[in-house]
Design a protein around this ligand. Sequence first.
Ligand SMILES: Nc1ncnc2c1ncn2[C@@H]1O[C@H](COP(=O)(O)OP(=O)(O)OP(=O)(O)O)[C@@H](O)[C@H]1O
Ligand SMILES: [Mg+2]
Length: 283
Amino acid sequence: MGDYMVIGIDGGGNEVKAVGPIGVLKFLSAIGEYRERKLTDRLGECDIEFAYKGKRGFAGSLALESESGGNIRGDTKANSDTLIRVLIAIHQYTDQKNLKIIVGQPISKHVESEKKIIRNMLEGEHSITVNGLEKTFIIHKCEVAAEGASAFFNIMKHGQLRMIDIGSGTVNLASMNNKKFSDLNSWTIYGGFSDGNEDISPTNPVDLARKIAVNALTKWRKDDEVYVIGGAAEKVIPYLTEYFPRAQLIKPIVNVRGQLIELPPIFANAAGFYEVGKRVYGK
Ligand SMILES: Nc1ncnc2c1ncn2[C@@H]1O[C@H](COP(=O)(O)OP(=O)(O)OP(=O)(O)O)[C@@H](O)[C@H]1O
Ligand SMILES: [Mg+2]
């Protein structure tokens, strides 16, 4: 195989986040059907036109203009939108032909049957064209990590830690006990945070903090050491501290070409996946 690159790819319902050895990447997850574009249209930074296995479509902000375009959100990522999100992420991230990747799955559906669907869909050779450039690469290995829980690999502490991953379609509640995942004290709440658009009304962070706390406090305690991640972490944490006074953000530190860089909490899953990848793939 020769050399390979490890990338952590978080194919979220709202944005795809990737972390690897050469930096980070983020783009809107929306995917929509293809339509002829006017010659005057110019591709913007987040505008993606793709072709995969004879099917053409739009991703990113362009997809939001498609008639059936939008974001598939939910508690499983075993679907074809995830495939396109991950392949576009690799295409945009690197020219490397050999990859070993880690992707995510919400905790409640982080079961062998769903993980197998995701692995089978992603492992193997793929050719995808993005904005006119075709790339062919091989995903030699794909492991599926639990969202939320994987953020632990950014902190690696002993004791009992709780993690709250506030996404767009899900909120993952994860517990680690002395570096071990505690299945019984980890689960996924349906629904997340939205800035609001034509289809979805904006989420009130006060209400979301309360909803998360009411749910979490069925098993967790007020004094627990709580870490908050996800795109909405910074918006919701001021209200979460009312219920969990020890709640704090995770801002992952990643090594990009020898330089240490601090990332916002939205990258905590992808950065955690990358850490997991380096361990399991031996980099
Ligand atoms: N910089 C920001 N400031 C405030 N809110 C943000 C910011 N970036 C993202 N968000 C909001 O955070 C929400 C969650 O973002 P995130 O990327 O964690 O969701 P996701 O991982 O795509 O979704 P899911 O985990 O449910 O699949 C988004 O719906 C968005 O509204
Ligand atoms: Mg997420």
